[in-house]
Unconditional design. Structure first.
Length: 288
């Protein structure tokens, strides 16, 4: 981009007039999201020690540790990218690439694991119906594939403001151009949630994990889509990090509940014979 275009982009993002306290609201969002992540970690730390630390290594434990601890590194890197003192163009792109890849990877990963848990439960409710299993599975793979493609195109399109034209009081990296693809990512999540739950009122009413995961993810996705579509340029990524923390919080709590109830069995023989107190394992009744 030429210098005039860069200055115009910065003015649209309200960065040049940095004297106003709201000119970098995305930084405040990142700090708030990190605080939420730390707060949730403090709430679940005792459960983590009890159920994860002393347990044998397994897929569940590895998944949990990745989902729980990678965001701390990711969001810390994001804070430096936003607040660091005049990072160079050569440093900004890898910083943002790393944070966006990690952020999206965690979101897609959390989205996938949460949906797999819910798919298995839906499959159990529908008595192992193959149409339900394969239909939801295909939708999940398609949704994740499109989200990964959008992120790749987003990374390829990013351009940053050169340090030479930035005011001395400005900190961090500033994206002057990037494809508007976050909207599509969150729209995909919304569409998948709508399709998956359109005929699954029973799931919402029966399973605590399902509604705890669905409601915050759905609301954060709605907010991101609305801000991306109708919000000012400088605010379009306002809730991206917060949405990531919401995904991480939802999936870590599901995994903790699964491990906590690992020795409990739920028998699902028909719609009227379900133990509501346990939610993690299923024993299927034979087909009739």
């Amino acid at each position: 981009m030429d210098p005039a275009s860069i200055v115009t982009a910065l003015e649209e993002m309200r960065v040049v007039t940095l004297a106003h306290s709201d000119s970098k609201s995305n930084d405040s969002d990142t700090v708030c999201a990190f605080s939420l992540l730390v707060y949730d970690y403090s709430l679940t730390f005792s459960s983590e020690v009890e159920t994860m630390w002393g347990a044998d290594w397994s897929t569940t434990k590895i998944v949990y540790l990745l989902v729980r601890y990678v965001p701390f590194v990711d969001i810390s890197t994001n804070l430096y990218a936003n607040l660091g003192l005049s990072p160079s163009d050569a440093l900004c792109h890898p910083l943002y690439s790393a944070t966006i890849c990690a952020r999206t990877g965690m979101m897609v990963f959390a989205f996938t694991v949460a949906k797999l848990v819910l798919i298995l439960r839906t499959w159990a409710i529908w008595r192992k119906n193959n149409f339900v299993r394969y239909g939801l599975g295909v939708l999940l793979v398609a949704a994740c594939s499109v989200m990964c493609y959008c992120v790749q195109k987003l990374l390829e399109s990013m351009e940053f403001a050169p340090i030479a034209i930035m005011p001395p009081q400005v900190r961090g990296c500033f994206i002057t151009h990037a494809a508007s693809l976050w909207t599509y990512v969150y729209t995909i999540i919304l569409v998948y949630e709508t399709i998956r739950t359109s005929n699954s009122v029973l799931i919402v009413s029966l399973y605590r994990d399902g509604i705890l995961a669905y409601v915050p993810i759905f609301l954060s996705s709605v907010a991101n889509v609305l801000i991306s579509v109708v919000g000012p340029l400088g605010y379009r990524n306002l809730l991206v990090v917060t949405s990531q923390v919401v995904h991480v919080t939802a999936i870590t709590r599901i995994l903790l509940n699964i491990r906590r109830n690992a020795t409990t069995t739920v028998s699902v023989s028909n719609y009227g014979e379900t133990d509501f107190g346990t939610i993690s394992e299923f024993t299927f009744a034979p087909r009739r």
